[in-house]
Design a protein around this ligand. Structure first.
Ligand SMILES: [Zn+2]
Length: 106
Protein backbone atom coordinates (compact mmCIF):
# COMPACT_ATOMS: atom_id res chain seq x y z
CA UNK A 1 0.00 0.00 0.00
CA UNK A 2 1.30 3.39 -0.99
CA UNK A 3 0.31 6.38 1.05
CA UNK A 4 0.69 10.00 0.17
CA UNK A 5 -0.49 13.14 1.89
CA UNK A 6 -1.26 15.63 -0.79
CA UNK A 7 0.21 19.10 -0.80
CA UNK A 8 0.08 22.07 -3.11
CA UNK A 9 2.78 21.87 -5.78
CA UNK A 10 2.88 25.67 -6.00
CA UNK A 11 3.38 26.69 -2.38
CA UNK A 12 3.78 23.44 -0.42
CA UNK A 13 0.68 24.06 1.71
CA UNK A 14 -1.45 21.26 3.13
CA UNK A 15 -4.35 23.64 3.65
CA UNK A 16 -6.89 22.59 1.02
CA UNK A 17 -10.57 22.50 0.18
CA UNK A 18 -12.44 19.80 -1.73
CA UNK A 19 -15.08 20.97 -4.17
CA UNK A 20 -17.53 18.27 -5.21
CA UNK A 21 -19.03 18.72 -8.67
CA UNK A 22 -21.98 16.67 -9.79
CA UNK A 23 -22.84 16.61 -13.46
CA UNK A 24 -22.65 13.57 -15.72
CA UNK A 25 -19.63 12.49 -13.76
CA UNK A 26 -18.89 13.23 -10.14
CA UNK A 27 -15.62 15.08 -9.73
CA UNK A 28 -13.68 16.49 -6.85
CA UNK A 29 -11.44 19.52 -7.36
CA UNK A 30 -8.86 20.09 -4.68
CA UNK A 31 -7.93 23.74 -4.27
CA UNK A 32 -5.13 25.19 -2.20
CA UNK A 33 -6.64 27.54 0.37
CA UNK A 34 -3.42 29.50 0.63
CA UNK A 35 -2.53 30.29 -3.00
CA UNK A 36 -5.86 29.25 -4.60
CA UNK A 37 -4.13 26.94 -7.13
CA UNK A 38 -5.59 23.71 -8.39
CA UNK A 39 -3.92 20.86 -6.51
CA UNK A 40 -5.69 17.86 -8.04
CA UNK A 41 -8.84 16.59 -9.66
CA UNK A 42 -10.47 13.24 -8.97
CA UNK A 43 -13.20 11.55 -10.97
CA UNK A 44 -15.28 9.29 -8.77
CA UNK A 45 -15.97 5.72 -9.77
CA UNK A 46 -19.60 4.76 -10.05
CA UNK A 47 -20.93 4.13 -6.55
CA UNK A 48 -17.63 5.37 -5.16
CA UNK A 49 -18.88 8.32 -3.15
CA UNK A 50 -19.32 7.93 0.57
CA UNK A 51 -20.04 10.77 2.96
CA UNK A 52 -19.67 10.01 6.65
CA UNK A 53 -22.64 10.93 8.80
CA UNK A 54 -25.12 10.90 5.92
CA UNK A 55 -28.05 8.55 6.14
CA UNK A 56 -29.32 5.73 3.98
CA UNK A 57 -31.56 8.09 1.94
CA UNK A 58 -28.52 10.10 0.95
CA UNK A 59 -26.70 6.90 -0.01
CA UNK A 60 -29.68 5.86 -2.18
CA UNK A 61 -29.66 9.20 -4.01
CA UNK A 62 -25.97 8.75 -4.69
CA UNK A 63 -26.56 5.27 -6.11
CA UNK A 64 -29.43 6.60 -8.26
CA UNK A 65 -27.22 9.36 -9.63
CA UNK A 66 -24.74 6.75 -10.76
CA UNK A 67 -27.48 4.73 -12.50
CA UNK A 68 -27.15 1.09 -13.21
CA UNK A 69 -25.11 0.21 -10.15
CA UNK A 70 -28.19 -1.17 -8.44
CA UNK A 71 -28.50 -4.90 -8.75
CA UNK A 72 -30.85 -7.15 -6.87
CA UNK A 73 -28.77 -6.63 -3.77
CA UNK A 74 -30.27 -5.35 -0.64
CA UNK A 75 -29.29 -1.71 -0.68
CA UNK A 76 -29.60 -1.33 3.06
CA UNK A 77 -27.07 -4.14 3.46
CA UNK A 78 -24.81 -2.56 0.85
CA UNK A 79 -25.02 0.76 2.71
CA UNK A 80 -24.05 -0.89 5.99
CA UNK A 81 -21.16 -2.72 4.31
CA UNK A 82 -19.86 0.47 2.73
CA UNK A 83 -20.24 2.34 6.04
CA UNK A 84 -18.21 -0.32 7.84
CA UNK A 85 -15.53 -0.82 5.22
CA UNK A 86 -14.94 2.93 4.85
CA UNK A 87 -14.59 3.28 8.62
CA UNK A 88 -12.14 0.38 8.71
CA UNK A 89 -10.14 1.61 5.70
CA UNK A 90 -9.97 5.08 7.21
CA UNK A 91 -8.75 3.71 10.53
CA UNK A 92 -6.08 1.61 8.75
CA UNK A 93 -5.05 4.60 6.65
CA UNK A 94 -4.68 6.91 9.65
CA UNK A 95 -2.68 4.24 11.45
CA UNK A 96 -0.42 3.79 8.42
CA UNK A 97 0.01 7.54 8.10
CA UNK A 98 0.99 7.72 11.76
CA UNK A 99 3.59 4.96 11.25
CA UNK A 100 5.02 6.67 8.23
CA UNK A 101 4.93 10.31 9.29
CA UNK A 102 4.83 10.10 13.07
CA UNK A 103 4.78 13.52 14.68
CA UNK A 104 5.54 15.04 11.28
CA UNK A 105 2.10 14.14 9.92
CA UNK A 106 1.16 17.17 7.84
ZN1 LIG B 1 -0.76 26.61 -2.71
Amino acid sequence: MELHIQKCQQCGSHHQRNILVRSEEQKVFVQCRDCKSLVARYILASGGYYHEGKDFESFLRSIERDQGTTSGRDLQTLFEEVQQSVAQEFEDTIKKAGERYGEQLP
